[in-house]
Design a protein around this ligand. Structure first.
Ligand code: SAH
Ligand code: SF4
Ligand code: F3S
Length: 513
């Protein structure tokens, strides 16, 4: 990707140079072609490469002073969207000369924060306190904070006051600006803070450092317009913006060329993808286009909002050879009254009908969900409605959350906040039910043969590898490093509750490309 942009951009500036020759140059040399004696370019992607070249000079200066390579560590606290941002941050940091480290002893530590529930915030404050001591021992250390928490003014105030060892603070809308902000940080020697309220910008073609060679996430949209009454995401991620389908397809093609076989399409509500584009296109149409990409084997996506899930999407999923047999469909509550208060714009009946239709059309699909317990005013009767949906739908898995009050959201000022002990009791009852059903559902594949994407060497037992089935369940089976990133046909020998132990079928060699 880097090559594409720079060749495109540099062609204008370095007339006479052979395009292919430029494409063959190393990143370092490419950055050297940026002319730092000129003003920074106005076009955003070019501008950021300019600042990468500039920041690289400061990193090089510090590297010489330290007499060793400088390291970075990005700690992610949030969802897949945040994880994808972290890959963008790592991409820039590697371009400007940092090398990855395993922990917070690194020279550049960046916390990519989440604020969806209060405990996500508390973790960050705890770790920041600890970093103060680490920084005192390392004169080259710099600390940066970014992500959703930084979009909350009271958080930034608290950090300015109580955590003065932080060098750089930015938000969710200007992640692409890291190199420019770091340049300012190096030049000013002071804490740099840059938070945008919102943006309509989508900056394409910046470097990325992927965690896995064979699978990747890709944003198809940013932000959220739904304003569920308990949720802070629309306030910290801004208004919904869809990426141009051409840019998405192009990025996936590049990823596939770079070894990716599984893609996860990311958005807070992928079912409303494309509605605001100049040439509107539905999510189902986008999926059809992505399916055509040769070499791509698996497609996943999240998250689907039930209110926008179309019959067209179910059709596309049903006939697709690549879309995985997994749908994450957050329920949040089974009570129509609570759902209304939550501003979810569907009711119990609509959800049940939708789940039924999906299961009928795609019988081997795995349905998972998110549920919040203890939303303000939730009665025992409301809770029993949630339990009822759980029992009727028989989710393959469910993430259960205790309601967390988020300042600035409508639910935070609702009366009847549910007492902690009541919430806890309901939460435990729900968890028990969810787990019993998940165990039961998981078993149905025992003895069958499934395609598995091998993701890693098993953490506990190095003679095993761990892979993921199309329905998102994990399988452990004997294998070695040569299987990583390959699709294997695996026999599921034994269900261990939420995962399987498997083996390659008798007499069969692992399938190598
Ligand atoms: N866009 C996704 C959800 C993103 S947030 C969707 O609409 O489905 C992930 C999950 O966090 C939500 O599904 C919800 O279950 C949970 N969540 C969000 N705000 C919360 C809050 N204030 N308290 C507890 N859980 C919350
Ligand atoms: Fe939050 Fe609702 Fe948007 Fe999901 S759809 S991110 S729960 S506001
Ligand atoms: Fe958290 Fe932000 Fe994701 S608040 S859940 S990291 S969008």
């Amino acid at each position: 990707m880097l090559m594409t942009v720079l060749t495109k951009e540099l062609r204008k500036e370095s007339t006479g140079r052979c395009l292919i020759m430029i494409a063959m140059l190393e990143n370092k040399e490419l950055m050297a072609l940026v002319d730092l004696t000129k003003e920074p370019p106005r076009e955003e992607t070019q501008r950021q490469y300019y600042f990468m070249a500039k920041a690289a000079k400061y990193v090089e200066r510090e590297r010489k002073e330290a007499g060793r390579p400088l390291t970075y560590f990005v700690q992610n606290f949030g969802c897949q969207m945040n994880a994808r941002d972290a890959e963008k941050l790592a991409g820039v940091l590697e371009k400007i000369g940092y090398i990855p480290a395993e922990d917070e002893t690194a020279d550049f530590v960046i916390y990519n924060t989440c604020t969806v529930r209060e405990n996500a915030n508390l973790k960050v404050y705890g770790r920041l306190g600890y970093l103060n001591g680490v920084k005192r021992k390392n004169p080259h250390m710099r600390i940066a904070l970014c992500g959703c928490m930084m979009q909350e003014p009271q958080v930034v105030e608290k950090i300015k006051k109580s955590y003065r060892h932080v060098d750089l603070i930015f938000g969710t809308h200007n992640v692409f600006k890291l190199a420019e902000l770091m340049t300012t940080m190096f030049e000013s020697g002071r804490t740099v803070i840059d938070i945008w309220q919102d943006t309509d910008k989508i900056v394409e073609d910046l470097p990325m450092e992927r965690k896995f060679k064979f699978k990747s996430g890709t944003n198809i949209m940013f932000g959220c317009n739904n304003f569920c009454s308990y949720c802070i995401v629309p306030y910290v991620r801004g208004r919904e913006r869809s990426r141009n389908p051409k840019d998405i397809i192009h990025e996936i093609q590049q990823l596939v060329a770079d070894g990716v076989i599984e893609i996860m399409l990311l958005g807070q509500n992928v079912n409303s993808y494309g509605k605001t584009l100049e040439e509107p296109i539905s999510f189902a149409q986008l999926l059809r286009e992505i399916e055509k990409i040769e070499g791509l084997e698996r497609i996943r996506f999240m998250t689907s909002h039930p209110k926008d899930l179309s019959g067209e999407l179910i059709e596309v999923m049903k006939h697709s050879k690549k879309i995985c047999r997994h749908l994450h469909l957050p329920l949040q509550s089974g009570s129509s009254r609570v759902l209304k208060e939550m501003n979810r714009r569907y009711d119990k009946e609509k959800y049940l009908n939708l789940a039924k239709k999906i299961r009928e059309e795609i019988p081997d699909i795995s349905l998972t969900t998110d549920i919040i317990i203890g939303f303000p005013g939730e009665t025992e009767e409301d809770f029993l409605d949630t339990m009822d949906v759980v029992k009727q739908v028989e989710f393959d898995n469910a993430f259960t959350f205790i309601y967390s009050k988020r300042t600035g959201t409508p639910a935070a000022v609702m009366e009847n906040q549910v007492p902690e002990e009541v919430t806890k009791d309901r939460f435990e009852r729900l968890l028990k039910e969810v787990q019993a059903i998940a165990r039961k559902r998981a078993q149905v594949y025992e003895g069958s043969v499934q395609q598995v994407l091998v993701e890693e060497i098993n953490q506990q037992d190095k003679s095993l590898v761990t892979g993921r089935m199309s329905n998102n369940m994990l399988v452990h089976f004997p294998g070695d490093v040569s299987l990583l990133g390959t699709l294997q046909t695996v026999k599921l020998k034994e269900c261990k509750g939420f995962y399987y132990m498997g083996e390659l079928p008798d007499g069969k060699e692992a399938e190598h490309e």
